[in-house]
Design a protein around this ligand. Structure first.
Ligand code: FMN
Ligand code: MN
Length: 450
């Protein structure tokens, strides 16, 4: 079998000119994220491989998810088709297969040999509480149904065999952990660090509890995920991962977690969360350590892409002529949602706004525009608001709605004010938009040079 993994992706992405390898030494202590942050200021977003990491033998791979073009390469489609392709693959559900062994268990470290400080765990933003693992896909099992659940949860480094786990109240892992805690039982967990981006996009899909996200990952990879049994816990992990941390969470063992640079580009406050005791590190002989730069575009796009699928599918209930949905990086890929529609009836944009708020509680502003507006271009959406919106009639506010607890404007935990904007033209009597005939036939390269 072909077995897609992080290495196969990096090879493809490199051939497409999407990867830069850096051989100069850089530190995990801010220096690696500083390179990304500086590049972002210049609107450059390459995937990066740091071959020479001051604190570790392992190379660091980062910024992989920072462009939609690379996410499209990962899924084997054109960038313009990324959302539609994701929606189709998400529904394919390919069951994983269990195999006897895999590269991720070439090295098995247990007992005193477990030393997480040997991993190049990165300190990202200035006020982060410590170094954080940001690309760990954690698998747990529902103790009642036996169903697997996978999601990406951040892990603060606490010690040689101790890490935190941030389990947001909305995440299924929090609900499943509650079942173990109620019985006073330890919850086994295994955390995959480093796999193909399609694997991450799959496990991050917005599916109901009871759906095994490894099956969704199979659909996005286009092949069954090969799994191996863990060495110290009763769980399964991808055979072609780079690194896996096995361990358990003891109910009642809590530690302060955060502040941490969130996808909102602000720091989130510290709270008490459970602690993971790591019982084994398994890995390849020369593993790549995958990181995702939190609070930056890498993090925003990775988490935001799958959410677009659910929003689109819900809107389709209200409007069959929805063209596309996008949550722009300017709105942190969560808080602002643009929808383009081929409008058929007056008022339908308002129903769509309701559908968006219903499908994703994190969205705070919805803007609906006509299908001639490019929703991947913020300025085109702003122009539609500027020229087509009658605010008194077509903008409305919902006070005291449930939003995202990390929204810096949230009060009482997660309560926010939401705004819906219908910036579509009236069906009749609105002036045409200017256009110059023949401009599409002009060869600018010939006239102005490249
Ligand atoms: C880079 C990144 C970091 C994330 N960190 C967390 C986290 O610390 N805690 C959390 O609950 N969700 C986090 N998420 C979101 C969850 O991974 C996502 O909501 C997932 O669908 C949860 O899966 P579950 O509901 O099956 O548990 C993160 C997402 C990304 C992309
Ligand atoms: Mn889940």
């Amino acid at each position: 079998m072909a077995n897609k993994d992080l290495r196969s992706f990096l090879k493809t992405a490199k051939e497409a000119g999407e990867v830069v390898e850096i051989n100069k030494p850089f530190s995990t202590n801010f220096e690696i994220p500083a390179v990304i942050s500086k590049a972002e200021e210049e609107k450059k977003y390459p995937a990066l491989i740091f071959n020479n990491v001051k604190e570790s033998d392992m190379p660091v791979v980062t910024n992989v998810f920072a462009t939609r073009k690379r996410l499209a390469i990962a899924l084997g489609c054109e960038e313009a088709n990324l959302n539609a392709h994701y929606r189709v693959c998400e529904d394919k559900r390919i069951k994983p297969v269990l195999v006897d062994n895999g590269p991720v268990q070439e090295v098995v470290l247990t007992g005193d040999d477990v030393d997480l400080t040997k991993l190049p765990i990165i300190k990202h933003n200035e006020k982060d509480a410590g170094p954080y693992i940001t690309c760990g896909a954690g698998v747990v099992k529902d103790p009642e149904t036996g169903c697997r659940n996978i999601g990406v949860y951040r892990h603060e480094l606490y010690g040689k065999n101790k890490i935190g786990i941030h389990m947001a109240e909305v995440s299924h892992v929090n609900y499943i952990y509650g079942k173990y805690a109620a019985k006073g039982k330890k919850m086994p967990i295994a955390i995959t660090i480093g796999h193909h981006p399609a694997f991450y996009l799959g496990v991050l899909s917005f599916v109901p509890v009871g759906v095994d996200e490894y099956e969704v990952a199979g659909g996005l990879l286009g092949e069954p995920l090969e799994l191996v049994k863990c060495k110290t816990v009763d769980l399964e992990v991808p055979a072609f991962a780079e690194i896996v941390l096995e361990g358990y969470i003891e109910p009642g063992e809590l530690q302060m977690e955060a502040p941490f640079g969130e996808f909102t580009t602000c720091y989130g406050k510290a709270h008490e969360y459970p602690v993971v005791t790591v019982t084994a590190i398994t890995m390849r002989k020369k593993p790549l350590y995958l990181d995702c730069l939190s609070g930056h575009i890498d993090h925003m796009l990775l988490g935001g892409t799958g959410r677009l699928s659910v929003i689109y599918k819900t809107i389709r209930l209200a409007c069959p002529t929805v063209k596309d949905v996008f949550m722009p990086p300017s709105g942190c890929c969560r808080l602002v949602c643009y929808v383009s529609i081929k409008k058929r009836h007056e008022g339908e944009a308002k129903n769509i706004i309701g559908a968006v708020f219903a499908s994703d509680p994190f969205v705070k502003y919805v803007v609906v525009v006509d299908d001639d507006v490019n929703i991947y271009d913020d300025s085109a959406v702003i122009r539609a608001i500027a020229t087509r919106l009658h605010p008194e009639e077509n903008a409305f506010m919902i006070k005291n709605a449930k939003g995202h607890p990390l929204d810096p404007t949230a009060y009482n935990g997660y309560v926010v004010t939401k705004i819906g904007i219908d910036a579509t033209k009236p069906l009749k009597g609105f002036p045409d938009t200017v256009s110059v005939p023949g401009s599409e036939d002009i060869d600018l390269d010939e006239l102005l040079g490249k």
